[in-house]
Each structure stands twice: as structure tokens, then as C-alpha cells.
Design a protein around this ligand. Structure first.
Ligand code: IMP
Ligand code: MG
Length: 173
């Protein structure tokens, strides 16, 4: 039997996102465009709430990368399944991710996006599991630091399910 227990409620997530949005905006000169790049599929819900908590100088784009298959270990090599629609040249980029676990996916993504000559690259992750880290990857904005538990909801899945939960839950087998 699989069941879930709530780790972060919808209210906790929304409160944290409001402060994150304010913190992000304070970090750029007033009026400067901020281009948010969400990593699909996990980052879609975080992106949707984050941009609604931000002002008018926000643009956005989406990319999809392959996750390493079930049972296989991450090589840190990520395949781009859907690339961005527009160039990053000269822009302030924020990568918007659901969770940073080993850090391998994010580290690879940062490298490929930095190679596109943006003005700046920062990263916002809703969740971080620092005890799992394999590479020292920079995350500028972290929603919540959590223990090494498999979580679902608010964009995060287990076998493509639970993404639609408005809260974050721990999946218990
Ligand atoms: P990393 O390369 O190990 O940091 O992997 C990050 C990716 O693994 C995330 O973007 C998620 O798609 C997935 N992932 C890591 N931990 C969890 C979890 O607890 N629940 C659901 N997906 C996870
Ligand atoms: Mg992901």
C-alpha cells in the first residue's frame, strides 16, 4: 500500500513563494527584465505561482530535459527534450526547478544555459535535499530545505502521478 503524508501545506508553500518573489526582485536593479526558465515538468506549478507573485518585468520560457530512467543512476548527462523558444543572450536568467537532489541535473543545465551568453544566471528551487548532493551546485533561492525523503505533489511526481497535488507530501510505501 502506498500512502502520502503532508510535509508542506499549500499555505506554507504560497507564503514562502511570496517572500521568495520579493527577495528575487530586490536582487535586480529596478525595472530590469528577469527571464524565468522553468524546467518541465516538475517546475510548472512553482513557476506559475512564482510569476504571479512578481511584477511586470518578468518574461518566461520552458524547457524539458530527460530524467534518467527508473533504477539507473544519474550520469549528469541530461538530454534536452524541448529547448527554449528564445535566445538568452544578454538577459538575466533564473532557472526555476522543483527540487535539487544530487545536483547533477541542475549543474548540467546551468552549464548549457551559461554557454548561451546570458547577462546573469541564477537558480530558484522550491526544494533542496542537501544530504543527497553529489556536486557542489549553486542555488541562489531555495524555498525549503528538506530531509532525504521522496516527496510528491506541487509538480513533483512518482511515475507521473501526484503532480497535481496543491501541497507537498512524503510518499510512504
Ligand atoms: P538531481 O539531478 O539528482 O538533482 O535530480 C533532480 C531531479 O530528480 C528533480 O528535478 C526531480 O525530477 C527528481 N527528483 C529528485 N528527488 C525527488 C523527489 O523526492 N520526488 C520527486 N522527484 C524527485
Ligand atoms: Mg525536475
Amino acid at each position: 500500500m502506498t500512502h502520502t503524508s503532508v510535509l508542506l501545506t499549500s499555505e506554507q508553500i504560497q507564503d514562502r513563494i511570496r517572500s521568495l518573489a520579493a527577495e528575487i526582485e530586490r536582487g535586480y536593479p529596478e525595472g530590469e527584465e528577469i527571464h524565468l526558465v522553468a524546467v518541465l515538468k516538475g517546475g510548472f506549478m512553482f513557476m506559475a505561482d512564482l510569476v504571479r507573485a512578481m511584477g511586470p518585468h518578468v518574461t518566461m520560457d520552458f524547457m524539458a530535459v530527460s530524467s534518467y530512467g527508473k533504477g539507473t543512476r544519474s550520469s549528469g548527462q541530461v538530454r534536452v527534450l524541448k529547448d527554449l523558444d528564445s535566445s538568452l543572450e544578454g538577459r538575466n536568467i533564473i532557472i526555476v526547478e522543483d527540487i535539487v537532489d544530487t545536483g547533477l541535473t541542475l549543474s548540467y543545465l546551468q552549464d548549457i544555459l551559461r554557454a548561451r551568453a546570458p547577462k546573469s544566471v541564477r537558480t530558484a528551487c522550491l526544494l533542496s535535499k542537501p544530504s543527497r548532493r553529489q556536486v557542489d551546485v549553486q542555488v541562489d533561492y531555495i524555498g525549503f530545505t528538506i530531509e532525504d525523503k521522496f516527496v510528491v505533489g506541487y509538480g513533483l511526481d512518482f511515475a507521473e502521478k501526484y503532480r497535481n497535488l496543491p501541497y507537498i507530501a512524503v510518499l510512504e510505501q
